[in-house]
Design a protein around this ligand. Structure first.
Ligand code: FEO
Length: 404
């Protein structure tokens, strides 16, 4: 019988059987403006394994793609590389339909899956480096703790040189194209960086360790098969993305100065524009991101490759403007590093808004190279000249940090 969803053959023995989520726009606070995919794979040997599953609600699509290759009940093993619900949400549905011999996950995933599904799943734990025979083929499991959950692991299929890397090297991008090289490169570049900034960044030190331990295994990889978005099959693209993961983990400062702010009656906006002029005069590259039109996850993406973070807030009811509070809470969790910066804002009679910004930036360990800058009510020409000079001071501190 004809069906809407079919598997896509990737290699001799590997099929993509995931789901495309064209309408997702909010991934726990991250604006996924291009949707996403939840990638799942079949490895077909004498025995067959399903690697990862998809988010709840997409199980029928996944099973339908599987059915275009084989009867789902003929699958022998399910491997869960990562317990987060965008990959485990339909595990119980998959287990009920497939009745696998084993559901395999890392040791740390046993309690994680139990706490998600409250005893509904029987998990067979595997250790780091353990293998699973598929008869004429073999899977190897490698722990990648905190990349980006404690139970995360990747699965290597040496037979066709495929590394199933779960979230690592992914991007939120819905498409029927399955490979990075079939998509516009500027979109691939932006969405890969956005994914790193919003998902992977807090675990940057672990990324470096995980990359070097994977490199130490000297695995031949012809296909890097992530759990989100298109796959990496060209050697130069795999080299690019692994290189970028290393570079983004380091967060070496650049000339880019992100100025993120909101405004109540236009005064903090006037300050931001004058500060931008001063940053530019000092050799920095200012990027003004008014929160009336900039999403927190786009701010995080720009901060990933910045050297300065300058944040402005008006004072509203003795505290921060709500949009500024939101972006500061979000960025604090992502723990960007190696930034200089400062806090600014206009106020009416109390002026606590920029002080709260200053406290948040201190908590984020941004190197505050200037005093907090406040202007009462509407800045006049002299105040704006002061804003420009203040921006220039930040630029000078930033430029002094860059390699000459
Ligand atoms: Fe795609 Fe960490 O889940």
């Amino acid at each position: 019988m004809a069906q809407a969803f079919e598997a896509m053959k990737l290699t001799d023995r590997v099929y993509w059987v995931g789901a495309i989520d064209w309408s997702l726009r909010n991934f726990h606070g991250y604006l996924t403006s291009r949707g996403t995919t939840y990638n799942a794979y079949l490895v077909v040997g004498e025995k067959t394994a399903l690697i990862d599953t998809v988010k709840a609600g997409f199980g029928d699509e996944m099973l339908s793609r599987v059915a275009s290759v084989m009867d789902p009940s003929d699958i022998d093993y399910i491997v869960s590389n990562h317990a987060e619900m965008d990959h485990s949400g339909c595990l119980t549905q998959a287990v009920e339909r497939i009745r696998p011999e084993k559901l395999i996950a890392s040791k740390a995933a046993v309690s994680a899956l139990d706490q998600h599904f409250h005893g509904a799943l029987q998990v067979t734990p595997v250790s780091n480096g353990e293998t699973l025979s598929l008869g004429d083929a073999e899977l190897t499991f490698v722990e990648t703790k905190m990349l980006h959950w404690p139970e995360s692991m990747v699965t290597y299929f040496g037979g066709d040189a495929v590394l199933f890397s779960q979230d690592a090297f992914g991007m939120h991008l819905a498409s029927t194209e399955r490979y990075v090289d079939e998509l516009p490169w500027d979109i691939v570049e932006y969405e890969t960086a956005k994914y790193f900034a919003n998902i992977v960044l807090p675990y940057a030190p672990v990324v470096v360790k995980a990359l070097s331990s994977l490199a130490g295994l000297d695995l031949k990889v012809d296909l890097l098969a992530t759990d989100h978005g298109p796959l990496w099959r060209q050697p130069e693209h795999r080299e690019w993305v692994t290189g970028k993961y290393g570079e983004w983990s380091e967060q070496a400062p650049t000339r880019k100065a992100v100025v993120v702010y909101d405004t109540m009656w236009g005064s903090t906006d006037m300050m931001a524009r004058a500060i931008g002029e001063g940053l530019s005069a000092g050799g920095a590259h200012p990027l003004l991101m008014p929160l009336s039109g900039s999403h927190r996850s786009d701010v995080a993406t720009e901060v990933l490759t910045a050297g300065a973070l300058v944040v402005g807030s008006p004072t509203l009811n003795k505290t921060l403007y709500p949009t500024v509070a939101d972006v500061l809470a979000y960025l604090t969790g992502l723990t960007p590093k190696n930034l200089v910066g400062g806090a600014f804002g206009s106020y009416g009679w109390a002026g606590q808004g920029s002080s709260h910004v200053q406290e948040a930036l201190e908590k984020m360990k941004v190197d505050l190279v200037v005093e907090e800058l406040k202007v009462q009510y509407v800045p006049d020409a002299e105040a704006l000249a002061g804003c420009r000079a203040w921006g220039r001071t930040i630029a000078d501190a930033l430029m002094a940090r860059l390699p000459q």
